[in-house]
Design a protein around this ligand. Sequence first.
Ligand SMILES: Cc1cc2nc3c(=O)[nH]c(=O)nc-3n(C[C@H](O)[C@H](O)[C@H](O)COP(=O)(O)OP(=O)(O)OC[C@H]3O[C@@H](n4cnc5c(N)ncnc54)[C@H](O)[C@@H]3O)c2cc1C
Length: 429
Amino acid sequence: MRSTEVVVIGSGFGGLAAAKQLAKSNVETVLISATAEHLFQPLLYQVATGVLPAQEIAPQIAEVLADKESISVVEGYVTALDARQKVLTYSTADGVEQIAYEYLIVAAGASQGYFGHDEWADCTFSLKTRADAVDLRAHLLDCFEAPANDDAAHTFVVVGAGATGVEVAGQIQELGNRYFTDAPATVHLVEGAGDVLPVYGGKLSAFARKTLEKSGIDVMTGTVVTDIQGEAVTVRTADGDDRVLRARTVVWSAGVKATPLAAVVAEATGCDTDRAGRLLINPDLTVGGRADVFAIGDMTSLDRLPGQSPVAMQQGRHAADMIRGTTVRGTRFRYLDKGSMAVVNRHNAVVDAPFGIKLTGFLGWLTWLGVHLFYLVGFRNRVGAVLSWFRSFAGKARPGFAQVDRRSARPEEPDADRANSRDMVESAA
Ligand SMILES: Cc1cc2nc3c(=O)[nH]c(=O)nc-3n(C[C@H](O)[C@H](O)[C@H](O)COP(=O)(O)OP(=O)(O)OC[C@H]3O[C@@H](n4cnc5c(N)ncnc54)[C@H](O)[C@@H]3O)c2cc1C
């Protein structure tokens, strides 16, 4: 059986940050991930709406870590953990394998939650993986190219007005306003809370709402989805009225739940979970009664921290620092909040920065642009993204749509990641 000092599970924000930090002390590390890429989830909505080609937000994790000699990358789906023996079981395209570790960092992220209506997963689009974005992109192109009298094709319901819901609704409306102008697009943004971007509140939420409405979006706050049947989406409005929206596209961005690995880790370590299945980790990021197992990022819950990439990255570095001995074992994790931001539409964003700084409009958008360029992984991706943004936002192109095979509405690029992870899950079952 293979063995190593540290295993990191997941190639997302948390896993990548942890692995890079461990490499600073040349700690022997194996990074196992179900997907071969490092996915920049905050820009998935831009792939779905054709702004960016998919590859610009998903560099191969092996390439990203190629210069770190102490790290090896394995594409595999972890299915079991024996915390006492310190052994992980994972499946790869070649079969089931095991690895022994000294320390384990689990960063397996979250998947979409449907508030007890898992059947809605089959009739809605979500935005969690690259495959999700590529599927939605092909579907949107189909809808916008449908005959002008096909009302359901030109009607879009986005459920959840957090950052993702606002961003995707804003971009779909923009597709209708600037790119596919033959038939009007109707976008309904449905949110159960009293306002859009509820975690921002005040001036920022008010700005976002006003901007969305001005662009033509029907913003329905205090409204919940009660049923989805085919193209009929039933919502209960703030007044208690039931209303049926007829739409061929429902984008679901309203809830999260931990990925299945959280339950495996909980069982193996005796750790409790919350209602969304997230691990209730200890203040030093260890799990249950184990001092050698850490869990970080979206699959965990600690101090009501938001499910955002800076939390996962800072936690990844903290766990790695304790393992490599630059931080004392057992040190409580403290989050340094550098603020949050969301794009509303072209040239409009809201930014909630430290020291009470709140930016809206073009200034907010420029800030958003700079921050995302800084955090995008890889020089090639940064250059590519800048060119695509220029073509999309200054001009009227949507470079991502060129990747869609219009005859079959399937992506031209083979989605190896989707196929591989499916094979691996199936071979594990
Ligand atoms: C559409 C969208 C928009 C977002 N926008 C923002 C934003 O604007 N700002 C912000 O800060 N945050 C944003 N987020 C949240 C941010 O992306 C997450 O907080 C962050 O990705 C969490 O990092 P993570 O490492 O915990 O999980 P992830 O980045 O999700 O990585 C999880 C990794 O685990 C792997 N994995 C899962 N299960 C297994 C298994 N069993 N075996 C092996 N590997 C496995 C996956 O393949 C993946 O590589 C957004 C998220 C989404 C979905």
